[in-house]
Design a protein around this ligand. Sequence first.
Ligand SMILES: [Zn+2]
Length: 201
Amino acid sequence: MGASPQQITTSSLKLVVNQYIINHMRARDHALIGALTASALMPVLGVNSVVFWTASVLIDGDHYVDYVYRNGFKDFTIKGMFRFNRSLSAVLSKENKKGGFLTISLLHTIEALGFLYIASELTGWLWLQSVFWGMLFHISTDLVHKLVRGGRIFGRALSIIEYVIRSSSMKQRGIQPQEVYRRAAAQLTDSTEIQDIKESQ
Ligand SMILES: [Zn+2]
């Protein structure tokens, strides 16, 4: 007995919904865990726990900047960013053991945190301190998430200086740390590899 057109529509609809949930899980997780922690911090931060929460979510905005930069400022869509990130994590999970890559997210660095910390200490502004704690909280959750999922903790540089030193030493050894970005982009235009993206999820 073959599937009726209705069944086909339902199953493809399910697939789309599943894809949507998978794509947005990370951002949603951050929003949920952030909201719980922010409400627990209410007695300390007061109204600034909203700032804490906002910073802990918006820090991932650098994935967007990264996407726009990697595609040569050709695509500015959020949908495109999610597709690219999905493709990138598929490439990274394949490369995981070999470790021939190095990524960086500028807001997820010690330098960005340090800058905010100094600025918040100098001004004494509680809202700026809340931004700092929100970002630190997010970065810690990212690391724990990676640890639990068996990802490569050091696959993403946590410092700009570290990134410069490590990527130049990789290049000297003939490894192209940026190659993963090119492959992630190529994979999106090559439909034969889309299956890999689904499998790795
Ligand atoms: Zn993040």
